[in-house]
Design a protein around this ligand. Structure first.
Ligand SMILES: [Cu+2]
Length: 167
C-alpha cells in the first residue's frame, strides 16, 4: 500500500474507533458529572449550618409544624412525643444536650390561612426559607452552646418557642 493511502487508512480507522466509542465516552462522562455533583451536594448536606466539617453521626430529629387554630392563632406544634419536645404545648420547648447534632424538620400545615412560615434559631444559624402550605425543610446544626434560646417565625411574631441546651 502506498504511504499516502496507508495514512488515509489510519485516519479512517481512528475515526471508526472514535465513533464506536463515542457513545460510551459520552455516557461515561455524563455519569462522572452526575456522581461528582451528587458527592459534592451530598457532602455539603452533611455539614451542619453552624459547623464547617461534614459529620456522619446520626442526628437527633426534631419535628415542628407551623399551624393555625382560631383559638390560639398561628403557632408551632410538635406532631409527636418521639422528638425531644413537650408535644402537648403549643410552640413546644425543645430539649437538647450540649454537643448534639440536631436535625430540625419544619412542615407548613397551615391549611386554614395558607400563610408562609419559616423557622429561625439565631443562636445556631438556623434559617429556613419561607415555606408555603405543605412545604417542608430540614436543617442540621450542632447544639454547641449551653443555655436557653429562642426559635421563631419571622413572619408571625407570636410564633416563638424555647430551646434548652443542657450539659
Ligand atoms: Cu409563621
Amino acid at each position: 500500500m502506498p504511504k499516502k493511502a496507508r495514512r488515509q487508512q489510519n485516519v479512517k480507522n481512528t475515526r471508526l474507533i472514535f465513533s464506536k466509542y463515542k457513545y460510551a465516552l459520552m455516557i461515561f462522562g455524563g455519569v462522572a458529572i452526575i456522581v461528582g455533583l451528587a458527592a459534592y451536594f451530598g457532602m455539603r448536606s452533611l455539614i451542619p449550618v453552624n459547623g464547617n466539617a461534614p459529620t456522619l453521626a446520626p442526628p437527633i430529629n426534631t419535628f415542628l409544624k407551623a399551624n393555625y387554630s382560631p383559638q390560639t392563632g398561628w403557632m408551632f406544634t410538635s406532631p409527636s412525643t418521639n422528638s425531644r419536645t413537650n408535644a402537648t404545648f403549643d410552640s413546644p420547648t425543645i430539649f437538647l444536650k450540649y454537643g448534639e447534632l440536631v436535625s430540625v424538620h419544619l412542615i407548613n400545615e397551615d391549611a386554614a390561612t395558607r400563610s408562609l412560615h419559616n423557622l429561625n434559631i439565631d443562636a445556631f444559624n438556623v434559617h429556613t426559607r419561607n415555606l408555603g402550605y405543605f412545604e417542608s425543610q430540614s436543617i442540621t446544626f450542632i447544639a454547641n452552646k449551653i443555655g436557653t434560646f429562642i426559635y421563631y417565625c419571622s413572619i408571625h411574631p407570636q410564633m416563638r418557642g424555647l430551646i434548652m441546651v443542657n450539659q
